[in-house]
Design a protein around this ligand. Sequence first.
Ligand code: NI
Length: 184
Amino acid sequence: MGHPVLQRRAEAVEDPTHPHVQSLVNSMIETMADAGGTGLAAPQVHVPRRIMVFFVSEDRATGDSGDFEVPLTTLINPEVEPIGEEMAIDWEGCLSIPGLTGTVPRFTRIRYRGLTPEGERIERTASGFHARVVQHEFDHLEGILYPMRMTDLSRLGFVEEVTRARAERMEASRTGEDGADVRP
Ligand code: NI
């Protein structure tokens, strides 16, 4: 965070099937895997192009309609549109902002489309965690980082502290003390 490439709108890829695109995508996938992330956008590896990779593991998917396990997906020149106006707030982290986490409002349901490096067209509807990941990565292509979407900065914190506080609240709730404030 702070690098100018993360704060500008990324440019469209003219030829998604160009070998340079495939090699960039491979390196993005490697970076995402090394960092244990669930998504990555090209500006995060300092390439200002409209490319994102992501997946949804079975344990993150809620199983609701549109929130299913999603295999590793590459989207080039993606488009994202909300379905309806309903939003939900939940925790997010970002490989460009290591160690921090915050609660971010996102559209609950979206439709997205884009091209793969093979030139195939992907179009899906998504909800829940699946929709959240796609909106987070798409924001990177618009020069937006998740803290810029937060509506309550008191809910920005270090993962270590937030995790500890959550565990303490759950313990207090389990033992009947201060059970009224069980926030995620
Ligand atoms: Ni991110």
